[in-house]
Design a protein around this ligand. Structure first.
Ligand code: NZQ
Ligand code: ZN
Length: 385
């Protein structure tokens, strides 16, 4: 187990009927005016928008709105919202949506105080020093962004999907009401599950760790697998939703990284290049394709861990190989309706070179095996069909 410091400042408000409390929390914190940020309109269909607006009104909190944040969010929307936030002298950002909305809100909160282009934070030219306070109402559990300091945004001009991390953009408070997620389409549930499972696996297969965190990891992954299957059959099963939501938050709020070297994160680097190349591919879909391919590529380095994973997550026994475990994971992804090859999501063989170049902008990466351009290309080739 490596040494660590664990500090997570986000207040997590979890459960039924919590969305309505947002106005009270903001008022208690002395916030009088917010920029309310949301996506393409799902919150207007499922009643979340109305609840938030009423709660803000009842507590005397003014708002200006920016909507239209798209999945795999883009930098131009961040720029637009920074402008609106400045013109209206808002005191906080209120993000209502999934990871794309929350990540954009983090960039807006940091960009508010920065004179240059906030993209500088994503390319390592600016170390965020200050941000507006961020409040979150999460409507899709997947990324863990509601309780971490990461933001992922695509610069649509350069096709770069990059991230920055800062202690200044942890949400002050995040509300997770599992009932707001009853309206999620089945494919988003599937992608959310795969994203959170992948977060845990990035740490699980790291070169360092501990038995305790491994057990927590295995428990989170088993919970996600079991609850996903229940939710796909019974979207309004509260206990399944609540367990699913909490598992996704714990997957990437720092807990599963304790005692590791920080995780491998190669599969995430490889995926971000895919959804940067084609923003219609969801992050979770890309991970379903690329994570098993990465496992195959580095299976010698992680063979013992794969066997442990097979036993403790899938309950495999007797004689079985690392390949059997990778196949079991792919089978489960197929079973819940996720794609497992690049071909299935419309990527052509010729595109592999372009995606390799995009991923290579961050190379070398990975702790299990340091991946360079040649390795990256080979993994995409494994993932092709
Ligand atoms: O835009 P609306 O209309 O709201 O629809 C969204 C969107 O189309 C819909 N949705 C959300 N909540 C809903 C709902 N539909 C019905 N009912 C609800 N309650 O779901 C669609 C997808 O939303 P999005 O926010 O894009 O999904 P997700 O939460 O998976 O976020 C993905 C983004 O986060 C990044 C990904 O790369 C991707 O850009 N990540 C962020 C991380 C972080 N900050 O720590 C880590 C992750 O590894 C990841 O990279
Ligand atoms: Zn992810």
């Amino acid at each position: 187990m490596e040494n660590f410091v664990f500090h997570n400042p986000t207040k997590l408000v979890f459960g039924k009927g919590t969305v309505e409390k947002i106005g009270e929390y903001l008022k208690k914190d002395g916030i009088r005016k917010v920029l309310m940020l949301y996506g393409g309109g799902s919150i207007k269909k499922n009643g979340v928008y109305e609840k938030v607006v009423r709660s803000l009104h009842d507590n005397g909190i003014e708002k200006v709105e920016v909507s239209g944040v798209r999945p795999n969010p883009v930098l131009s929307k961040v720029h637009e919202a920074i402008q609106v936030a400045r013109e209206n002298n808002v005191e906080a950002i209120l993000a209502v949506g999934g990871g794309s909305v929350v990540d954009s809100a983090k960039a807006i909160a940091a960009g508010f105080y920065y004179d240059g282009d906030i993209w500088d934070a994503f390319i390592g030219k600016y170390n965020v020093k200050k941000a507006l306070p961020l409040y979150v109402i999460l409507t899709m559990s997947a990324t863990g962004t509601e309780m971490n300091g990461n933001a992922v945004v695509t610069n649509e001009k350069t096709q770069e999907k990059f991230y920055f991390s800062s202690k200044h953009v942890y949400p002050v408070l995040s509300i997770v009401d599992p009932t707001t997620q009853y309206s999620l389409p089945a494919n988003q549930v599937v992608y959310g599950a795969i994203d959170a499972i992948s977060h845990v696996m990035e740490y699980y297969f790291d070169v360092a760790g501990s038995d305790l965190i491994d057990r927590i990891d295995e428990g989170i992954i088993k919970t996600l697998m079991e609850t996903t299957e229940v939710i796909l059959k019974e979207p309004e099963n509260y206990e399944a939703r609540a367990n699913f939501c909490l598992a996704t938050t714990l997957a990437l709020n720092g807990l599963t990284g304790l005692g590791t070297t920080g995780g491998d994160w190669s599969s995430h680097e490889l995926e971000h290049a895919i959804s940067a190349f084609n923003p219609d591919i969801a992050h979770g879909a890309g991970l379903a394709i690329v994570f098993p391919a990465w496992m195959s590529y580095v299976k010698e380095q992680i063979s013992e861990k794969l066997i442990k994973f097979g036993k403790n997550v899938f309950g495999m026994s007797g004689e079985f190989s690392p390949d059997d475990v990778i196949n079991q994971l792919k089978s489960w992804y197929k079973k819940i309706g996720a794609p497992v090859t690049l071909k299935e999501v419309g990527i052509n063989k010729e595109d592999i070179e372009k995606i390799t170049q995009l991923a290579n902008k961050h190379a070398p990466f990975g702790t299990v095996k340091e991946l360079k351009m040649e390795d990256i290309r080979k993994i995409y080739e494994i993932a092709y069909e």
